[in-house]
Design a protein around this ligand. Structure first.
Ligand code: HEC
Ligand code: HEC
Length: 483
């Protein structure tokens, strides 16, 4: 194999494929446009890494190093048999999202089907109980960890687990009473099932925001692959959203856009969807990181320009062999750190001074700041907040391009390359929530992925509260003005 050895340790052995249900009909993840611009040989490696670390929608892969709750459910074997491949789970012990979902809710049991089953012999249980055993499965013979089986069915009431081998055939299990059994990845699979049902038609199978319905919307569904969302509660320096942020968005929707509210979905199901969205984002980020590394030297354009395509390919092979293991290890680690940070309590913007009660004085102070040179709110939102400030007519920088690269059409752009209008603040519709703290956070951290930058360092906390009071009052001010 041409794959560098350290990658195969990071990805191929650590990652555990999960067979999906109705795999014949499940759609595929698409490569990003950037990846499609790579030369064939580089593209093949990118695809290979994504397949190894994440799999396909039909066959998801558990990569335990990622900051994802893949779902674990397990216990001690109470009884083996009666038929081949059946185990009666005696004592159950559960953790992670999977337990709350898989054991209660009928709908979510679907995620168990095809999930990976790993058995550890009782004599080795002490070693393998605190780590997730299947991390070792690639190599097989070490420790007392079994081959990977798959769940064919599980009956919650009788705790009867029926397992099959990778090819779906019944297996004669080499297990006995007291061995521990772990079922892995059911939460991710349940999340996928729910996502395909509720979100895919807008956000796309790959989370690229280009599902079949997306073409009809002016405000495009979010492309998750940058790991960035607009309406998060986290500080400007924290690039990712927290699980709570995603939960809230799915529950409440994004008012004023086609992003619906899923208020009626049970919390369990929303948690599973959120976990799947995070995982899709990480897959997209990994692809972006690989691209950022390879695109300058090994794009198709570089091949076309090279004096010798063979030489360039040979150069690529050497660079890949020397560096891929370290790079991919680093990328995986970056993902972990970023997503872990987002869930830390100290990453959330919580002002240390309470809201200044709204009063005509506070509103007047807020208005002054709004119109000031420091805050420049009016340059985008306009003097009366209608969203028609001078920046909307200027030729602005294009995100993702070197600074100073101006667009050939006027207007502001978000990081996804879409024109984005500053909010018309006279309507009183706020996409990220209308609580004072929501508006506070928008101003403090800016709106990520958009030209609205963070004001948390320019403005003092009290000043931000004054601006919040002004912003919340704009719709009424407008009415008085006779509109
Ligand atoms: C009818 C189309 C549609 C459906 C269905 C839909 N979305 Fe969205 N979603 C959107 C649009 C449009 C936006 C962009 C809103 C914006 O940019 O202001 C969005 C934005 C988002 C965002 C980002 C919000 C932010 O702060 O940047 C997340 C996260 C999200 N959707 C998750 C989901 C999930 C999860 C589901 C399924 C449970 C789902 N969406 C279903 C259309 C949809
Ligand atoms: C460089 C342009 C720019 C500046 C400067 C700017 N904004 Fe914005 N603002 C935007 C854009 C663009 C959006 C819409 C982002 C989106 O939803 O995609 C927005 C959205 C908003 C929203 C709506 C939030 C929501 O939940 O819907 C508020 C409130 C807001 N801005 C307030 C302010 C205030 C107050 C200031 C000054 C302290 C300010 N903005 C400065 C561009 C700007």
């Amino acid at each position: 194999m041409s794959v560098n050895r350290s990658i195969s340790i990071i990805l191929l052995c650590a990652a555990l494929p999960l067979a999906g249900c109705d795999s014949s009909r499940a759609p595929a993840f698409q490569l990003s446009e950037q990846s499609l611009g790579l030369s064939g040989f580089a593209q093949e490696k990118v695809q290979g890494e994504l397949d190894a670390g994440f799999g396909s929608p039909a066959e998801l892969v558990v990569w335990p190093e990622l900051e994802v709750d893949f779902g674990q459910f397990g216990g001690t074997i109470g009884k083996v048999g009666p038929r081949p491949g059946t185990i009666r789970i005696g004592q159950t012990e559960t953790d992670g999202l999977a337990s709350l979902s898989t054991l209660g809710n009928e709908k979510l049991l679907s995620g168990l089907k095809g999930a990976a089953v790993v058995v550890a012999k009782a004599s080795n249980a002490a070693e393998s109980s605190d780590t997730v055993a299947p991390v070792e499965t690639g190599s097989g013979e070490n420790s007392g960890v079994s081959d990977v089986y798959r769940v064919a069915s599980y009956d919650v009431d009788s705790r009867l687990l029926t397992v099959v081998d990778g090819a779906g055939q019944p297996v004669q299990l080499d297990v006995s009473e007291g061995d521990t059994v772990q079922v892995l990845g059911s939460a991710l699979q349940s999340g996928r099932n729910l996502y395909l049902r509720h979100c895919m038609h807008c956000h796309g199978v790959s989370g690229d925001g280009a599902g079949p319905t997306a073409q009809y919307f002016k405000v495009k569904p979010r492309d998750y692959r940058q790991g960035v969302i607009k309406f998060s509660s986290t500080k400007a320096a924290v690039p990712r959203p927290s699980r709570d942020d995603l939960f809230r968005i799915v529950k409440l929707g994004v008012p004023g856009t086609y992003m619906p509210s899923f208020m009626l979905l049970p919390d369990d199901e929303v948690n599973l969807i959120v976990e799947y969205v995070r995982w899709l984002a990480m897959r997209g980020e990994m692809e972006r990181k690989l691209n950022a590394w390879l695109t300058t030297s090994y794009s198709q354009a570089a091949v076309d320009e090279a004096s010798s395509a063979e030489e360039l390919e040979a150069e690529f092979k050497t660079e890949w062999a020397d560096e891929a293991g370290d790079r991919i290890g680093q990328f995986g680690n970056d993902l972990k750190v970023d997503w872990q940070d987002a869930d830390k309590p100290e990453s959330v913007v919580n002002p240390s001074v309470p809201r200044t009660p709204s009063s005509s004085e506070s509103i007047a102070r807020g208005k002054k700041i709004f119109l000031s040179k420091d805050a420049k709110c009016a340059s985008c939102h306009g003097e009366t907040g209608r969203g028609n400030g001078p920046s909307t007519e200027a030729f602005n920088d294009v995100p993702g391009q070197p600074p100073g690269t101006k667009s050939d059409k006027p207007g502001l752009f978000d990081n996804w390359g879409n024109i984005v209008k500053p909010r018309d603040l006279t309507t009183g519709v706020f996409r990220g929530g209308r609580r004072p703290i929501d508006i506070y956070r928008r101003i403090h951290s800016g709106i990520k992925g958009t030209p609205m930058q963070a004001f948390g360092t320019t403005l003092k906390e009290e000043q931000i509260w004054d601006v919040v009071n002004y912003v919340l009052n704009i719709p009424f001010e407008e009415q008085k003005g006779g509109h």
